[in-house]
Design a protein around this ligand. Structure first.
Ligand SMILES: C[S@@+](CC[C@H](N)C(=O)[O-])C[C@H]1O[C@@H](n2cnc3c(N)ncnc32)[C@H](O)[C@@H]1O
Length: 258
C-alpha cells in the first residue's frame, strides 16, 4: 500500500493514482480497496506519465470505469473538469481560497494561466471584485472555463480569453489591482507582460519553483526580476505551496508594486 500512496487524488468521482509496474499484478485488489473506501468513485485513472507540455496535462490509463469528466466542489463552487484533457489540482484549493480572501471589494483582477477557471471563479464567488479576467491557452481547458463561469453564475464578473498570455495581455485595456500568475513553468518569462498592466499598490502573486536550499534567496531574486522589467516591488510574503520534485518546491511570492 505504501508504494501506491505516493500519489492519490480524488477529483469529484474520479480517483487519480500512481500504481508502479511492480504492483500492477495487484491492480484488481487496489481497485477494490479504493471502491470499498470511496463508494462514490466511478472512474480510477492510473498516472503513467508526468505532467508535461504547455498544457500541463499528465498521461493516464483508465483502470476502472469509463468517463473521465467529472464535477468537483470547491469553496461552494462547482467545476466541470477532465484531468486527462486539462490541468486541475485539488491540492491548490487552499491557496485559491487564500488569494480570494485578499481581494478587496471593487478590485480588477487578472488571472493568467487560468486553466478550467478555479482561481477566477473562487475569487468571484468568495469576494466582490469588479472584474476578473482569465486567460487560458489550452482550448479544452478554456471551454471548461466558459462552462464553469456559467454554472457558477459569475458571467457578469468573469471574462474568459482563450489564447496565449503573450498575445492577449498586451491587448487588454487598463491596469489591474491584482495579478495571479500560476505559471506552468518558468514564470520569469512572463513578468515583462505586467509592466503596463499594474500600477502603484497593485499586488502580484508570482508562483515559481525553487530548490528548497535556495528559498532564502527568493526575495532578492524576485525583486531583481521585477526591477529588470521596470517595476519596483516590495515582497509581502513568501509561502511554500507544494513540492514538485525531491528538494524542489513550488512557492508563491506575493509582491506589491511601489
Ligand atoms: C499549472 S496550470 C494552472 C491552471 C489553473 N490556474 C489551476 O490552478 O488549476 C497552468 C495552465 O496554464 C496554461 N498555459 C500554459 N502556457 C500558457 C500561455 N502561454 N498562455 C496562457 N495559458 C497558458 C496551461 O494550459 C495550463 O492550463
Amino acid at each position: 500500500m505504501r508504494l501506491i500512496r505516493r500519489s492519490f487524488e480524488i477529483i469529484g468521482d474520479v480517483v487519480v493514482i500512481e500504481i508502479p509496474d511492480e504492483v500492477m499484478h495487484l491492480k484488481d485488489e487496489i481497485v477494490k480497496a479504493i471502491l470499498t473506501r470511496h463508494k462514490h468513485v466511478k472512474t480510477i485513472l492510473r498516472k503513467v506519465g508526468e505532467v508535461s507540455g504547455e498544457y500541463r496535462v499528465a498521461k493516464y490509463e483508465v483502470v476502472y470505469g469509463h468517463k473521465t469528466e467529472t464535477i468537483v466542489k470547491e469553496h461552494g463552487c462547482r467545476f466541470i473538469v477532465d484531468p486527462t484533457k486539462a490541468y486541475y489540482s485539488v491540492k491548490l484549493s487552499g491557496e485559491r481560497e487564500r488569494i480570494a480572501k485578499l481581494v478587496r471589494e471593487g478590485e480588477r483582477v487578472l488571472v493568467m494561466f487560468a486553466g478550467v477557471g478555479p482561481y477566477a471563479i473562487v475569487i468571484a464567488k468568495l469576494s466582490k471584485p469588479r472584474e476578473v479576467v482569465g486567460i487560458e491557452l489550452n482550448p479544452i481547458a478554456a471551454e471548461y472555463f466558459r462552462k464553469n463561469v456559467v454554472m457558477n453564475k459569475v458571467v457578469d464578473v468573469v471574462k474568459v480569453y482563450e489564447g496565449d498570455v503573450r498575445d492577449i495581455v498586451p491587448k487588454l485595456d487598463g491596469r489591474f489591482d491584482r495579478v495571479v500568475m500560476p505559471a506552468p513553468y518558468s514564470a520569469e518569462d512572463f513578468v515583462y507582460l505586467l509592466r503596463r498592466k499594474v500600477k502603484a499598490g497593485s499586488f502580484v502573486h508570482y508562483y515559481t519553483f525553487e530548490s528548497a536550499n535556495k528559498e532564502g534567496s527568493l526575495p532578492e531574486k524576485v525583486r531583481e526580476l521585477f526591477a529588470k522589467h521596470g517595476m519596483d516591488v516590495d515582497i509581502v510574503k513568501i509561502k511554500k505551496c507544494g513540492s514538485f520534485a525531491p528538494y524542489v518546491n513550488r512557492y508563491v511570492v506575493d509582491v506589491v508594486v511601489r
